[in-house]
Design a protein around this ligand. Sequence first.
Ligand code: PLP
Length: 397
Amino acid sequence: MPRFSKAVSSLRSSEIRDLMTLASRPDIISFAGGMPGNDLFPVQAIEDLFKALDIKKKRIAFQYGPTPGLPSLLESLSGFLEKKGLPVHTNRLLITTGSQQGLNLLGKAFIDPHDPVLVENPCFIGALSAFRSYDAELRGVPVDRDGIVMEALQQEIDKKEKPKFLYITPYFHNPAGLLYSSERKEQLITALQGRDIPLIEDDAYGDLYFFEEDREQLKPIKAINPEGIEICYTGSFSKILGPGLRLGWMLVPEEIYQKCELIKQSADACSPSFTQVLADEFIRSGQIYSYIATVRQEYKRRANAMVSALKEHLPNYVQWNEPRGGFYLWLTLPEETDATKIVQLAIEGGAVFVIGKTFDPAGTHNNSLRLSYCNNTLEQIAEGIPIVARAIRQVCG
Ligand SMILES: Cc1ncc(COP(=O)(O)O)c(C=O)c1O
C-alpha cells in the first residue's frame, strides 16, 4: 500500500466526475457539465491570429515564460480588467493555469490542516476540492436569491476560531445561478471590514450577462475597492474563450501575490506560453469583446429555451430562479427528496444533470439539482427537460 499523505487520503473522486463519465455516453443528453458550447469556440479567429504572428512571437509561444505570465498578456489583460473598474495598478495580476489553479494557490497560501474556511452552500465543487486538498474545515453558509445569508455569515465570522478566508461566486453562481444584489454586497463589505478575513471573489461568469441593466450589479467587490478587506479576485478565459487554453488570473494585494508567485513556481513554473500568446492576441485584436457579445446572446437563447421547457413540464412544487446570465439553473425540490434517485431515473430515460449534494460542503443536502444549458442545442433542451421532469414526478409524485 502506498503511504499517501493525510490530506490526499481524504480526497475522493467527485460525483460530478463520475457522472461525467456516464454523461459521455453518446445517447445521453447531458445537462451536467459546466462546459461552454462546443460549437461556439472561435476556432477560425484563433487560427488566423496564430498564422499572422511573426516568427519571434511564435517562438515565444513555444518557450517557457515568466511565472507571473507573459508581460504582453499581463498588459492587455490589465486593459480588459480596467474596463470593469478593477484596481489593476494598486494590486498585482498573476496569470494562472485556469482559475482553478488560482483557487488552489490561494488555498495553499492560507490553509493549515483543520483551519476553518467559509464557503457558500451550495458551492462550486472545484473550490471545495481545492480547499479540501489542504485539509480545510469547510463551513458552508447558506445563500438565498440575493446572495450569502448575512445572519448565518455573521455567526460564522463572530466565532472564536476565526475563518482563514471567505470564498464566494457572486456573479451567476455555480451551481445556484444567482446574482448577488448590490445591497447584499454592501452588507457583506460592512461585515468583513476590519475583521482580517480575506475575501476570495470568484468571477468566472460575470461577462456572460443576459441583460444590460444588470451591469451595475455585476461590478466586482474588488472594483468597489473597500477599505479594510483583502480581496483576492479570480477570473478565467475558460468561459469567454475556451477552457482548453487553461488560462485564468488573480488580481491580489502585493503580499498575497508574492506568496502565490512562489507557490506557482513550484507548481508549474509558468502557465502555457502558447495559449497566453493566443489570448493576448485575442484581446489586442478586440475580438474578445465581439466574441463575448455573441456567446452572451447564444447562452441567453439556450437559457430561455430551458426556462420555457421547465415552465411547461415541471410540477409546481419545484422552485427555481430564471437565470440572468452564466450557465446554470438550480432546482430545489421538497425537503426530504433524494436527488440521487431522480438522476438514476433520468439517466435511464436518457438525460443527466448534477445532484445537489455534490455542491454541499458537508456532502449531505440532496433535495436540489443543477441543470446547465450552455452546451446543448435547443432541440436537446426540448427533448431532455421532459425526461428530467418525468424523473422528478416519479420520485416526488
Ligand atoms: C465558479 C467557477 N470558478 C472557477 C472555475 C474554474 O475554471 P477554470 O479553471 O477553467 O478557469 C469554474 C469552472 O467551472 C467555475 O465554475
